[in-house]
Design a binder for this molecule. Structure first.
Ligand SMILES: Cc1ncc(COP(=O)(O)O)c(C=O)c1O
Length: 485
């Protein structure tokens, strides 16, 4: 079971290279070196094929059936969550795995805290994966059932442990002897017998979960923890847990983690007679739209797990997807502040900043035009943010030449964005969600300014300073209202 596996790389499909649609466009040197291949013009125009809740209707972008002014007034940029897509993503994973397993899908709420999105998932039957006290409070206040909540985290403090132990049915994860002993001590005090899962790293270390990662334990240490838990009068040995994938688009890689977990379970039974009732394969699957664009579906992952676990039975399968469920379930609608021509390359500067959208690759947030009009030429351009950093949102995009005046929509903005956002430099856009065919805003500039005052003690003045009328004949040069040529 320690056979080497190939070094893991995110396997983005090679896709239709620099696309036929660029045929009319002079070849431009691509700047992007990381991330998936560029979205082609055809992919943009037919985005509904990849993301069925997004389409161009009479040339106008429509999201979840909302279009035009009802979608966005173009005033302040907007992070718009689409709960119905998150639910659809959740159902796709649940249904795929339910064909072969007794499965519980526990969405990793660390990826998205927006109440209406989480409530929609809860109502659809999803469980929650949480890490730390804050997320326990979120899950509690939203009413996720305790026995559908997986509690990850480390070095839990006494008061938090006592709260966890008062919540009957939680699955509590541990990955060190100190943590086990603390939990055991508090369980005895509380007269509780919590269900415990042990977190192991079944795959060899790689650049993401390196030897120097603090997370999980190797197989030998895992046996030690499992045996300790199995012998304890105050703990119930329940599961074996792994979370070692990141943005995985490769079903074989997922199958490998499943196979190794099955082997560990069998080995534990033969060594100690200890029996684990649940195998938790964690999260780490790429956002659904990128997975499907790379030529796979979640059904391929379920099949790989079925094959890998064919020799094991009598267990519940647990999954903790974050990015897969939330990643493509939000779109940022951003103004374009200006353009720049640098060494022959065109740049559009979006209003939304990398303080909201972490620049995780050169092509993390594929841009779409808000409008597609016949006859408008398409050009290659880079999309960057206005912060004083080299952050880029998407390099080498193919877009209509008039986006500067229109604004853009950025895909893939639903996971690990608002939860990790800061009020640095660019500030935050409005944040909202779509319910019953209408956009509801939950965070606006007033809320941003209040948060700023609470954090930094500065009352920001009004933004709309009275502007003097420009003198007759002295018009401001056009900026971002014109095409970038
Ligand atoms: C333990 C655990 N489970 C699940 C997840 C969700 O991962 P992803 O969003 O990549 O699916 C994470 C993310 O960090 C995690 O730490």
């Amino acid at each position: 079971m320690t056979q080497p596996v190939p070094v893991r790389q995110t396997a983005y499909a090679s896709g239709a290279a620099e696309e036929a649609a660029t045929a009319q466009t002079p070849p431009a040197a691509a700047l992007g070196q990381t991330g998936p291949p560029v979205f082609t013009r055809a992919e943009v125009e037919q985005i509904h094929r990849l993301l069925p809740f997004i389409a161009y209707v009479d040339g106008q972008l429509s999201i979840d059936g909302v279009t035009g002014e009802r979608l966005w007034d173009g005033q302040r940029s907007l992070l718009l969550h689409v709960p119905s897509r998150a639910v659809d993503n959740y159902r796709s994973i649940r249904d795929a795995f339910a064909r072969y397993f007794s499965v519980s899908v526990n969405c990793a709420i660390k990826a998205c805290y927006l109440g209406p999105v989480l409530a929609a998932l809860r109502d659809a039957g999803a469980g929650a994966e949480i890490a730390g006290e804050l997320e326990w409070r979120i899950a509690r206040s939203l009413g996720f059932a305790a026995d559908r909540t997986i509690v990850n985290g480390m070095s839990r403090q006494a008061d938090h442990l006592q709260m966890l132990l008062s919540d009957d049915g939680l699955l509590i994860d541990v990955d060190s002897m100190e943590e086990v002993q603390h939990l055991e001590w508090h369980a005895r005090l509380a007269g509780a017998r919590p269900k415990v899962m042990v977190r192991v790293n079944p795959l060899p270390p790689d650049s993401f979960f390196s030897e120097r990662s603090k997370l999980g334990v190797g197989a030998d240490a895992a046996y030690e923890l499992l045996e300790h838990v199995a012998r304890s009068a105050h703990l119930e040995l329940y599961g074996l847990h792994a979370h070692q994938l990141v943005r995985c688009t490769d079903p074989a890689q997922f199958g490998e983690i499943a196979r190794r977990m099955g082997d560990l379970r069998t080995e534990l039974a033969s060594r100690t007679g200890g029996r684990v009732s649940a195998l938790d394969l964690g999260g780490g699957i790429e956002a659904r739209y990128l997975l499907e664009r790379a030529g796979h579906s979640i059904a391929d992952f379920a099949l790989a797990a079925r094959d890998a676990l064919a020799g094991s039975d009598g267990f519940e399968l647990l999954l903790e997807p974050g990015r897969y469920v939330f990643g493509d379930a939000a779109v940022v609608l951003s103004r374009i502040l200006g353009t720049k021509l640098k060494e022959g390359q065109h740049w559009h500067i979006a209003e939304v900043g990398s303080n909201l959208l972490p620049p995780t690759s050169d092509r993390a947030y594929p841009p779409l035009p808000l409008r597609i009009a016949d006859g408008t030429p398409w050009k290659r351009t880079h999309i960057a943010d206005p912060t004083p950093t080299p952050a880029r949102l998407y390099l080498d995009a193919m877009l209509p030449a008039d986006i500067a005046g229109e604004g853009i929509a950025l895909l893939g903005t639903g996971a690990y964005t608002a939860v990790r956002a800061s009020l640095w430099n660019a500030g935050l856009p409005d944040i909202g969600f779509i319910r019953d065919g209408a956009v509801e805003i939950v965070f606006d500039r007033k809320a941003q300014d209040e948060a700023f005052r609470a954090l930094y003690g500065i009352e920001l003045g009004p933004m709309d300073a009275e502007l003097e009328e420009p003198q007759a004949g002295v018009a401001e040069p056009l900026r971002a209202r014109q095409a970038c040529h």
